[in-house]
Design a protein around this ligand. Structure first.
Ligand SMILES: NC(=O)c1ccc[n+]([C@@H]2O[C@H](COP(=O)([O-])OP(=O)(O)OC[C@H]3O[C@@H](n4cnc5c(N)ncnc54)[C@H](OP(=O)(O)O)[C@@H]3O)[C@@H](O)[C@H]2O)c1
Length: 307
């Protein structure tokens, strides 16, 4: 399998890139602004860089795990979100058609409004923020322009970014914390540094361990799956309970956890308060068994044993 992974400097992409290499697939991974050893440069806004990568590698399949994933940044910089997440996906889809590759597009539970989660694959989308709107627009581009596509929606990813920044060969925990917007890692970092953390008990999701999602994506590619799948954790949980589980597994001081309401956090972007994804389709089709939080967090702790 010749697999191109766009966003291999990110949390999901880095894990998937390493897992694909372990499987002896011919994998190429890309970064955009955080140069990493072993990865090639690609900005989906830049048609020349897309052509260069496709022409050099000629992928059979492409996982699009790249983009602007910071939900509040999307609200603060809507043009950036539109340029990367929507127009960038359109540029990619055109290249995919030209080279006859299969696209695996990674999407989000934020395409739903969060009134009634967790959601099934065929529930009606109704995004409440710019991030969700750009991801849904990108999904629609993929759906309407390609025949052989896979959309894998995920939710509240956690994992340790696995790529080594070129500027700092001994990739450190602190560098990873700064570079990605991964909620669990930030909580662990702050609590280890004796800082208070705030967790809303009215914000629900199905947190997803990046290693589990990587396994799900690989299985879906192997099975030549098409259409839409939800690849998420198996547990529907609120942030306060989730942060308590993190503290428990990582041996952190639970007195640092402050229970709040979502509105108290004064976030820039509206959040779907009852988000999350149902994974019944994955289980029914025997593709993978998604993890509960405890299992995923124990794996995360092993991944971070260098920290
Ligand atoms: N994080 C979550 O909780 C979550 C939840 C639901 C869905 N998702 C979806 O899952 C996927 C992976 O998320 P993640 O958290 O692993 O992402 P991440 O850690 O934020 O990484 C984003 C990746 O996108 C790359 N990128 C940014 N701008 C780009 C551009 N213009 N062209 C090409 N690549 C670009 C980044 O490269 P540089 O860092 O080198 O610039 C990085 O490799 C995304 O599609 C996201 O929407 C994430």
């Amino acid at each position: 399998m010749k697999l191109l992974i766009i966003g291999a400097s990110g949390v999901l992409g880095s894990r998937l890139f390493n897992d694909a290499i372990k499987k002896k697939w011919n994998a190429m991974g890309t970064y955009c602004s955080h140069e990493c050893a072993g990865l090639s440069y690609l900005d989906v806004r830049d048609k020349n860089s897309l052509e260069k990568v496709f022409n050099l590698f000629k992928p059979e399949a492409v996982v699009m795990a790249g983009g602007i994933t910071d939900v509040d940044l999307c609200t603060l910089k809507p043009k950036l979100a539109e340029d990367v997440n929507v127009k960038g996906t359109l540029n990619l889809v055109k290249k995919i058609k030209e080279y006859g590759a299969k696209l695996i597009y990674i999407s989000t539970d934020y395409i739903f409004d969060g009134k009634n989660g967790p959601y099934k694959e065929d529930d009606k989308p109704n995004p409440v923020n710019i991030y969700g709107r750009t991801k849904l627009e990108a999904e629609n581009i993929v759906r309407t322009r390609l025949k052989d596509y896979l959309i894998v929606r995920t939710c509240q990813l956690y994992g340790a970014a696995e790529q080594k920044p070129r500027t700092s060969p001994q990739a450190s925990y602190a560098v990873n914390v700064v570079q990605n917007s991964n909620f669990a890692i930030k909580i662990i970092y702050n609590m280890r540094n004796n800082k208070k953390v705030y967790a809303a008990d009215d914000l629900y999701s199905t947190p997803t361990y990046a290693g589990s999602l990587s396994e799900i994506i690989i299985k879906l590619i192997e099975k030549k799956a098409k259409g839409v799948y939800h690849g998420a954790g198996a547990e529907f949980i609120n942030r306060y309970d989730y942060v308590n589980k993190i503290a428990d597994i990582f041996g952190l001081d639970e007195r640092l956890i402050q229970k709040v309401k979502l509105k108290d956090l004064e976030l820039k972007a509206v959040r779907p308060s009852k988000g999350g994804l149902k994974v019944d389709k994955l289980i029914k089709e025997k593709i993978a068994k998604p993890y509960d939080c405890e299992t995923g967090l124990i794996f995360l702790k092993k991944d971070m044993s260098y920290a």
